[in-house]
Design a protein around this ligand. Structure first.
Ligand SMILES: Nc1ncnc2c1ncn2[C@@H]1O[C@H](COP(=O)(O)OP(=O)(O)O)[C@@H](O)[C@H]1O
Ligand SMILES: N[C@@H](CCOP(=O)(O)O)C(=O)O
Length: 310
Protein backbone atom coordinates (compact mmCIF):
# COMPACT_ATOMS: atom_id res chain seq x y z
CA UNK A 1 0.00 0.00 0.00
CA UNK A 2 1.66 3.22 -0.97
CA UNK A 3 -0.13 5.85 1.00
CA UNK A 4 2.65 7.39 3.04
CA UNK A 5 0.74 10.27 4.59
CA UNK A 6 -2.54 9.77 6.40
CA UNK A 7 -4.91 12.70 6.17
CA UNK A 8 -7.32 13.23 9.06
CA UNK A 9 -10.93 14.37 8.57
CA UNK A 10 -10.37 17.82 10.13
CA UNK A 11 -7.20 18.39 8.06
CA UNK A 12 -9.07 17.50 4.88
CA UNK A 13 -12.04 19.73 5.76
CA UNK A 14 -9.68 22.66 6.37
CA UNK A 15 -7.86 21.97 3.09
CA UNK A 16 -11.10 21.84 1.11
CA UNK A 17 -12.12 25.28 2.37
CA UNK A 18 -9.66 26.67 -0.21
CA UNK A 19 -11.64 25.04 -3.07
CA UNK A 20 -15.10 25.24 -4.49
CA UNK A 21 -15.50 21.45 -4.63
CA UNK A 22 -18.13 20.89 -1.97
CA UNK A 23 -17.94 18.83 1.20
CA UNK A 24 -15.84 15.68 1.57
CA UNK A 25 -17.87 12.48 1.66
CA UNK A 26 -15.04 9.93 1.58
CA UNK A 27 -11.29 9.69 1.22
CA UNK A 28 -9.97 6.32 0.06
CA UNK A 29 -6.28 5.48 -0.26
CA UNK A 30 -5.13 4.10 -3.64
CA UNK A 31 -2.72 1.22 -3.28
CA UNK A 32 -1.28 1.31 -6.82
CA UNK A 33 1.55 3.75 -7.45
CA UNK A 34 4.85 4.04 -5.69
CA UNK A 35 5.91 7.67 -5.64
CA UNK A 36 3.13 9.67 -4.07
CA UNK A 37 0.24 9.28 -1.66
CA UNK A 38 -2.89 9.13 -3.83
CA UNK A 39 -6.48 9.13 -2.64
CA UNK A 40 -9.87 9.00 -4.27
CA UNK A 41 -11.63 12.04 -2.87
CA UNK A 42 -15.42 11.95 -3.06
CA UNK A 43 -17.24 15.20 -2.44
CA UNK A 44 -20.85 16.16 -3.01
CA UNK A 45 -19.65 17.47 -6.41
CA UNK A 46 -18.09 14.22 -7.64
CA UNK A 47 -14.90 12.17 -7.47
CA UNK A 48 -11.38 13.64 -7.62
CA UNK A 49 -7.83 12.45 -7.04
CA UNK A 50 -5.95 13.95 -4.10
CA UNK A 51 -2.16 13.63 -4.40
CA UNK A 52 0.37 14.41 -1.70
CA UNK A 53 3.78 14.67 -3.34
CA UNK A 54 6.28 12.58 -1.40
CA UNK A 55 9.31 12.91 -3.66
CA UNK A 56 9.17 16.00 -5.84
CA UNK A 57 10.16 19.29 -4.22
CA UNK A 58 7.41 21.92 -4.29
CA UNK A 59 9.22 24.16 -6.78
CA UNK A 60 9.38 21.33 -9.38
CA UNK A 61 5.67 20.48 -9.26
CA UNK A 62 3.99 23.49 -10.98
CA UNK A 63 5.50 22.48 -14.36
CA UNK A 64 3.64 19.14 -14.26
CA UNK A 65 0.35 20.65 -13.12
CA UNK A 66 0.58 23.44 -15.70
CA UNK A 67 1.41 20.88 -18.39
CA UNK A 68 -1.59 18.65 -17.64
CA UNK A 69 -3.78 21.76 -17.39
CA UNK A 70 -2.55 22.77 -20.85
CA UNK A 71 -2.82 19.33 -22.47
CA UNK A 72 -6.26 18.86 -21.02
CA UNK A 73 -7.35 22.20 -22.51
CA UNK A 74 -6.08 20.88 -25.88
CA UNK A 75 -8.32 17.79 -25.69
CA UNK A 76 -5.80 15.29 -24.32
CA UNK A 77 -7.44 13.05 -21.72
CA UNK A 78 -5.20 13.74 -18.72
CA UNK A 79 -5.84 14.86 -15.15
CA UNK A 80 -6.87 18.51 -15.16
CA UNK A 81 -5.81 20.15 -11.90
CA UNK A 82 -8.46 21.81 -9.75
CA UNK A 83 -7.70 25.34 -8.66
CA UNK A 84 -8.17 26.92 -5.27
CA UNK A 85 -10.51 29.90 -5.01
CA UNK A 86 -7.42 32.09 -5.36
CA UNK A 87 -6.38 30.28 -8.56
CA UNK A 88 -3.56 27.99 -7.37
CA UNK A 89 -3.28 24.36 -8.47
CA UNK A 90 -0.51 23.52 -5.98
CA UNK A 91 -1.37 23.65 -2.29
CA UNK A 92 -0.09 22.21 1.01
CA UNK A 93 -1.65 19.44 3.09
CA UNK A 94 -0.10 17.77 6.17
CA UNK A 95 3.04 19.80 5.49
CA UNK A 96 3.44 18.24 2.01
CA UNK A 97 2.86 19.75 -1.43
CA UNK A 98 -0.59 18.59 -2.53
CA UNK A 99 -2.99 18.91 -5.45
CA UNK A 100 -6.49 17.85 -6.39
CA UNK A 101 -6.89 16.69 -9.98
CA UNK A 102 -9.67 15.36 -12.15
CA UNK A 103 -10.41 11.65 -11.68
CA UNK A 104 -10.40 9.98 -15.09
CA UNK A 105 -12.62 7.07 -16.02
CA UNK A 106 -11.37 3.73 -17.25
CA UNK A 107 -9.02 0.87 -16.49
CA UNK A 108 -5.48 0.10 -17.51
CA UNK A 109 -4.82 -3.05 -19.53
CA UNK A 110 -1.82 -3.95 -17.34
CA UNK A 111 -1.22 -7.68 -17.21
CA UNK A 112 -2.34 -8.50 -20.73
CA UNK A 113 -1.24 -7.61 -24.26
CA UNK A 114 -2.95 -4.69 -26.00
CA UNK A 115 -5.32 -5.38 -28.87
CA UNK A 116 -4.58 -3.88 -32.29
CA UNK A 117 -7.39 -1.38 -31.76
CA UNK A 118 -5.94 -0.30 -28.42
CA UNK A 119 -2.42 0.07 -29.78
CA UNK A 120 -3.67 2.12 -32.73
CA UNK A 121 -5.59 4.38 -30.35
CA UNK A 122 -2.40 4.79 -28.35
CA UNK A 123 -0.23 5.66 -31.37
CA UNK A 124 -2.74 8.26 -32.53
CA UNK A 125 -3.08 9.75 -29.05
CA UNK A 126 0.68 9.99 -28.55
CA UNK A 127 1.04 11.94 -31.79
CA UNK A 128 -1.84 14.19 -30.74
CA UNK A 129 -0.19 14.75 -27.35
CA UNK A 130 3.09 15.71 -29.02
CA UNK A 131 1.35 18.21 -31.28
CA UNK A 132 -0.75 19.56 -28.39
CA UNK A 133 2.44 20.27 -26.43
CA UNK A 134 3.95 22.40 -29.21
CA UNK A 135 2.46 25.65 -27.95
CA UNK A 136 3.04 24.90 -24.27
CA UNK A 137 5.20 27.84 -23.21
CA UNK A 138 7.33 26.26 -20.45
CA UNK A 139 10.64 24.52 -21.21
CA UNK A 140 11.85 21.60 -19.08
CA UNK A 141 14.69 19.50 -20.55
CA UNK A 142 14.14 15.77 -19.96
CA UNK A 143 15.87 15.19 -16.60
CA UNK A 144 16.60 11.57 -17.61
CA UNK A 145 18.61 12.44 -20.71
CA UNK A 146 22.12 11.31 -21.61
CA UNK A 147 23.80 13.03 -18.63
CA UNK A 148 21.45 11.24 -16.21
CA UNK A 149 22.24 7.91 -17.86
CA UNK A 150 25.99 8.45 -17.62
CA UNK A 151 25.79 9.44 -13.95
CA UNK A 152 23.48 6.57 -13.05
CA UNK A 153 25.66 4.07 -14.89
CA UNK A 154 28.74 5.33 -13.03
CA UNK A 155 27.06 4.90 -9.63
CA UNK A 156 25.98 1.39 -10.54
CA UNK A 157 29.42 0.14 -11.59
CA UNK A 158 30.36 -1.45 -8.22
CA UNK A 159 26.97 -3.19 -8.01
CA UNK A 160 26.88 -4.87 -11.42
CA UNK A 161 28.78 -7.75 -12.93
CA UNK A 162 31.46 -6.99 -15.54
CA UNK A 163 29.31 -8.14 -18.42
CA UNK A 164 26.43 -5.80 -17.57
CA UNK A 165 28.83 -2.93 -17.00
CA UNK A 166 30.31 -3.64 -20.41
CA UNK A 167 26.91 -3.65 -22.15
CA UNK A 168 25.96 -0.36 -20.51
CA UNK A 169 29.29 1.31 -21.33
CA UNK A 170 29.14 0.07 -24.91
CA UNK A 171 25.57 1.31 -25.34
CA UNK A 172 26.45 4.70 -23.85
CA UNK A 173 29.40 4.97 -26.27
CA UNK A 174 27.03 4.25 -29.17
CA UNK A 175 24.40 6.67 -27.90
CA UNK A 176 26.96 9.45 -27.42
CA UNK A 177 27.14 9.63 -31.21
CA UNK A 178 23.37 9.86 -31.69
CA UNK A 179 22.19 13.43 -31.45
CA UNK A 180 18.52 13.11 -30.69
CA UNK A 181 18.36 16.81 -29.81
CA UNK A 182 18.44 17.44 -33.56
CA UNK A 183 15.26 15.42 -34.10
CA UNK A 184 11.79 17.00 -34.02
CA UNK A 185 10.67 17.22 -30.44
CA UNK A 186 8.99 19.08 -27.65
CA UNK A 187 6.98 17.91 -24.67
CA UNK A 188 7.11 14.15 -24.12
CA UNK A 189 5.37 12.03 -21.48
CA UNK A 190 8.48 9.81 -21.15
CA UNK A 191 6.74 7.06 -19.11
CA UNK A 192 3.60 6.14 -21.03
CA UNK A 193 3.63 2.51 -19.89
CA UNK A 194 0.44 0.40 -19.79
CA UNK A 195 -0.19 1.30 -16.13
CA UNK A 196 -0.38 4.97 -17.11
CA UNK A 197 -3.11 4.68 -19.74
CA UNK A 198 -6.78 4.17 -18.93
CA UNK A 199 -9.24 2.70 -21.42
CA UNK A 200 -12.99 2.69 -21.60
CA UNK A 201 -13.69 -0.10 -24.05
CA UNK A 202 -11.00 0.31 -26.70
CA UNK A 203 -10.99 4.11 -26.41
CA UNK A 204 -8.39 5.89 -24.31
CA UNK A 205 -10.11 7.77 -21.50
CA UNK A 206 -7.03 8.86 -19.57
CA UNK A 207 -3.29 9.24 -19.46
CA UNK A 208 -1.74 9.75 -16.04
CA UNK A 209 1.57 10.07 -14.18
CA UNK A 210 3.24 12.90 -16.08
CA UNK A 211 6.00 13.28 -13.48
CA UNK A 212 8.78 12.18 -15.85
CA UNK A 213 7.58 14.52 -18.61
CA UNK A 214 9.94 17.03 -20.18
CA UNK A 215 11.33 18.18 -23.51
CA UNK A 216 12.96 15.59 -25.74
CA UNK A 217 12.71 13.96 -29.18
CA UNK A 218 9.19 12.79 -29.97
CA UNK A 219 10.55 9.64 -31.58
CA UNK A 220 12.20 8.74 -28.26
CA UNK A 221 8.76 8.94 -26.58
CA UNK A 222 7.34 6.62 -29.24
CA UNK A 223 10.22 4.23 -28.52
CA UNK A 224 9.40 4.24 -24.78
CA UNK A 225 5.85 3.28 -25.72
CA UNK A 226 6.95 0.61 -28.23
CA UNK A 227 9.25 -1.07 -25.69
CA UNK A 228 6.67 -1.08 -22.94
CA UNK A 229 3.60 -2.07 -24.99
CA UNK A 230 4.98 -4.16 -27.84
CA UNK A 231 7.68 -6.39 -26.30
CA UNK A 232 7.19 -10.15 -26.37
CA UNK A 233 8.31 -12.19 -23.33
CA UNK A 234 11.75 -12.69 -24.93
CA UNK A 235 12.08 -8.93 -25.42
CA UNK A 236 11.63 -8.95 -29.21
CA UNK A 237 9.16 -6.55 -30.77
CA UNK A 238 5.74 -8.03 -31.41
CA UNK A 239 5.46 -8.30 -35.20
CA UNK A 240 1.81 -7.16 -35.24
CA UNK A 241 1.64 -4.60 -32.40
CA UNK A 242 4.81 -2.69 -33.18
CA UNK A 243 3.96 -1.84 -36.82
CA UNK A 244 0.38 -1.01 -35.79
CA UNK A 245 1.67 1.48 -33.20
CA UNK A 246 4.09 3.01 -35.69
CA UNK A 247 1.50 3.34 -38.46
CA UNK A 248 -1.08 4.96 -36.20
CA UNK A 249 1.51 7.41 -34.90
CA UNK A 250 2.92 8.45 -38.29
CA UNK A 251 -0.58 8.79 -39.73
CA UNK A 252 -1.21 11.51 -37.14
CA UNK A 253 2.29 13.02 -37.17
CA UNK A 254 4.16 12.31 -40.40
CA UNK A 255 7.85 11.84 -39.64
CA UNK A 256 10.65 14.04 -40.91
CA UNK A 257 13.02 12.24 -43.26
CA UNK A 258 15.81 11.91 -40.66
CA UNK A 259 13.62 10.24 -38.01
CA UNK A 260 12.95 6.71 -39.30
CA UNK A 261 16.69 5.86 -39.66
CA UNK A 262 17.10 6.53 -35.91
CA UNK A 263 14.22 4.29 -34.82
CA UNK A 264 16.41 1.50 -33.43
CA UNK A 265 18.77 3.97 -31.79
CA UNK A 266 15.73 5.42 -29.97
CA UNK A 267 14.43 1.96 -29.01
CA UNK A 268 17.87 1.17 -27.62
CA UNK A 269 18.23 4.33 -25.59
CA UNK A 270 14.67 4.00 -24.27
CA UNK A 271 15.47 0.43 -23.17
CA UNK A 272 18.70 1.57 -21.53
CA UNK A 273 16.87 4.37 -19.68
CA UNK A 274 14.44 1.96 -17.99
CA UNK A 275 17.05 -0.72 -17.36
CA UNK A 276 19.13 1.90 -15.53
CA UNK A 277 16.09 3.29 -13.69
CA UNK A 278 15.12 -0.16 -12.43
CA UNK A 279 18.72 -1.07 -11.50
CA UNK A 280 18.96 2.21 -9.63
CA UNK A 281 15.73 1.43 -7.74
CA UNK A 282 17.02 -2.04 -6.79
CA UNK A 283 20.51 -1.00 -5.70
CA UNK A 284 19.69 2.37 -4.14
CA UNK A 285 16.31 1.84 -2.48
CA UNK A 286 14.90 5.04 -1.07
CA UNK A 287 13.89 4.48 2.56
CA UNK A 288 10.15 4.40 3.12
CA UNK A 289 9.27 4.99 -0.49
CA UNK A 290 9.49 2.33 -3.22
CA UNK A 291 7.58 -0.63 -1.82
CA UNK A 292 8.35 -2.94 -4.70
CA UNK A 293 10.90 -2.76 -7.50
CA UNK A 294 10.14 -3.55 -11.10
CA UNK A 295 12.32 -6.24 -12.68
CA UNK A 296 15.47 -4.77 -14.32
CA UNK A 297 16.02 -8.04 -16.20
CA UNK A 298 13.01 -7.31 -18.44
CA UNK A 299 14.71 -4.17 -19.77
CA UNK A 300 18.12 -5.85 -20.05
CA UNK A 301 16.44 -8.41 -22.32
CA UNK A 302 14.74 -5.69 -24.35
CA UNK A 303 17.99 -3.77 -24.78
CA UNK A 304 19.87 -6.88 -25.94
CA UNK A 305 17.22 -7.60 -28.57
CA UNK A 306 17.15 -3.98 -29.83
CA UNK A 307 20.95 -4.01 -30.12
CA UNK A 308 20.45 -6.86 -32.57
CA UNK A 309 17.78 -4.98 -34.48
CA UNK A 310 14.98 -7.17 -33.12
N1 LIG B 1 -6.30 11.21 -12.44
C1 LIG B 1 -6.54 9.94 -12.16
N2 LIG B 1 -7.73 9.38 -12.49
C2 LIG B 1 -8.00 8.09 -12.18
N3 LIG B 1 -7.14 7.28 -11.50
C3 LIG B 1 -5.96 7.77 -11.15
C4 LIG B 1 -5.59 9.12 -11.46
N4 LIG B 1 -4.36 9.34 -10.96
C5 LIG B 1 -3.97 8.19 -10.37
N5 LIG B 1 -4.93 7.24 -10.48
C6 LIG B 1 -4.89 5.88 -9.94
O1 LIG B 1 -3.86 5.85 -8.95
C7 LIG B 1 -2.84 4.91 -9.29
C8 LIG B 1 -1.48 5.45 -8.89
O2 LIG B 1 -1.20 6.64 -9.62
P1 LIG B 1 0.23 7.02 -10.14
O3 LIG B 1 0.15 8.40 -10.68
O4 LIG B 1 0.74 5.93 -11.04
O5 LIG B 1 1.03 6.99 -8.77
P2 LIG B 1 2.57 7.13 -8.50
O6 LIG B 1 2.98 8.45 -9.11
O7 LIG B 1 2.65 7.10 -7.02
O8 LIG B 1 3.27 5.97 -9.18
C9 LIG B 1 -3.01 4.66 -10.77
O9 LIG B 1 -2.60 3.37 -11.13
C10 LIG B 1 -4.52 4.85 -10.98
O10 LIG B 1 -5.18 3.66 -10.64
N1 LIG C 1 7.29 2.86 -15.70
C1 LIG C 1 8.60 2.67 -15.21
C2 LIG C 1 8.89 3.22 -13.86
C3 LIG C 1 8.11 4.41 -13.40
O1 LIG C 1 7.31 4.00 -12.33
P1 LIG C 1 5.87 4.65 -12.05
O2 LIG C 1 5.24 3.71 -11.06
O3 LIG C 1 6.16 6.01 -11.47
O4 LIG C 1 5.11 4.70 -13.35
C4 LIG C 1 9.01 1.20 -15.21
O5 LIG C 1 8.17 0.35 -15.46
O6 LIG C 1 10.19 0.93 -14.93
Amino acid sequence: MSVYTNVSGPELARFLQDYDLGKALALTGISAGVENSNYFLDTDQGRFILTLFERLPADKIPYFLDLTDWLSSQGIPCPRPMHTCSGRSLNTLCGKPAAIVQCLQGQSIEGRAATLMEIRALGALLAKMHKAGEEFPQRHPNPAGFAWMETTARHLVPHLDPQDNWIIADELAYQSQIHRETLPGGVIHADLFPDNVLFTGEQISGTIDFYYAGDDAWLYDLAVVANSWCALPDGKLDPALSPALWEAYVAARPLRVDEAPLWFAMLRVAALRFWLLRLDAVHFRRPGAITFCKDPEEYRRILLQRRQGL
